[in-house]
Design a protein around this ligand. Structure first.
Ligand code: DP6
Length: 353
């Protein structure tokens, strides 16, 4: 007897950054965040999960290599949380009078998880977001959980914060919530993938090195040491979340672009204000930002926006017509395969949906 489910989950790139936890066990953030989900054709994780009464223990293979599940508290937490939801479903079936031979006790079986990215993990792109979103979606499908996607995003959240946003396509907000048990900290879709079809993303791989300081460790030090951070959380992000949602609803690219760049800049400023300081961007990242500003000055409007996560790689958002010109400019400044940008530099813009 084997039950099986396969799903794919996308990568998301935040335009209002999540940085800081108020509870590191439950992964509860200090502020809300907002992201755009990228096309699964280019960046996604595909996960297959099998459950069988014959399996003696849970096992996991990541890109073909077996990993020790028990070594990761976050993996154990997400799987345990999903199993509890399945156990509750089985209990409900019993309570509803379903015959016991018709109830499959999947919550008691071990699982084998097989997960693969269609992009190089080493590229420094957010693989934990698509990874945990795929794991939780696959568990939801395997266990036939009745919960909504927002409910399941809470399970993905305990794997990795940004993963809760990868449970949806389109434009996604992670509402920080206030309660201590995390019940009001989950992702919601603010607009679907068809809302803004002209919007494109270009990913510039500046370095394939693994990041120096993980997001998890970096944000913890920021919370403990940065004064700027408190100001960001209290006075900046709430206003930006509202303005960003309005800009998306109105397809106002100029406002979307300015907030995106300002928020990326503030996130990196807060990293620099952390003690000891953290710097994720390098000289190439900074020169890409300058080129985007020069491009915008030449156009007399914010025609393109850059954003950087916990690493030097750039993601640029622009509307289709502008993206064509910007990609040409970037390719001219940083030829593909040169010593500045590696071979994995994606020269062609792609529609992220
Ligand atoms: C800079 O979600 O990787 O990409 O919750 O500790 O797993 P953990 O952190 P993670 O942090 C992502 C930080 C970011 C900004 C963002 O995606 O919002």
């Amino acid at each position: 007897k084997i039950y099986e489910a396969t799903v794919t989950a996308p990568v998301n790139i935040a335009v209002i950054k999540y940085w800081g936890k108020r509870d590191s066990a439950l992964i509860l953030p200090t502020n809300s965040s907002l992201s755009v989900t990228l096309s699964q054709d280019h960046l996604s994780t595909r996960t297959t999960i099998r459950a069988s009464p014959e399996f003696s223990t849970d096992r996991l293979w990541l890109n073909g290599i077996e990993e020790d599940i028990s070594a990761s508290k976050r993996l154990v937490n997400s799987i345990t949380t999903a199993r509890k939801l399945r156990a509750a479903l089985e209990k409900k079936q019993r309570d509803d009078g379903v015959a016991s031979e018709d109830i499959v006790l999947l919550s008691e079986w071990s699982i084998h998880v097989c997960s693969e990215n269609n992009f190089p993990t080493a590229a420094g792109l957010a693989s934990s977001a698509s990874g945990y979103a795929a794991l939780v979606s696959a568990l939801g499908a395997l266990f036939q959980l009745p919960q909504s996607t927002s409910d399941l995003s809470r399970v993905a959240r305990v794997g990795s914060g940004s993963a809760c946003r990868s449970m949806f396509g389109g434009f996604v907000a992670w509402r920080a919530g206030e309660s201590n048990d995390g019940s009001d900290s989950f992702a919601v879709q603010v607009a679907d993938r068809h809302h803004w079809p002209d919007l494109q993303a270009l990913i510039l791989i500046v370095s394939e090195k693994k990041k120096t300081i993980s997001s998890t460790a970096g944000m913890q030090t920021t919370v403990e040491t940065s004064d700027l951070f408190a100001e960001r959380v209290r006075n900046v992000v709430p206003k930006r979340m509202a303005a960003m949602e309005k800009a998306i609803a109105e397809r106002d690219f100029g406002t979307f672009a300015e907030i995106t760049m300002r928020d990326s800049n503030q996130f990196h400023a807060v990293c620099l204000d952390t003690y000891p300081p953290i710097s994720y961007m390098n000289d190439v990242s900074r020169s890409i930002a300058s080129i985007v500003h020069a491009f915008n000055t030449a156009r007399g409007r914010a025609a393109a926006a850059y954003t950087y996560d916990a690493g030097p790689n750039a993601v640029i958002y622009a509307l289709k017509d502008d993206m064509r010109d910007l990609a040409e400019l970037v390719t001219y400044c940083f030829p593909r395969g040169s010593t500045i940008l590696s071979e994995d530099f994606y020269a062609d813009p792609f529609n992220m949906f």
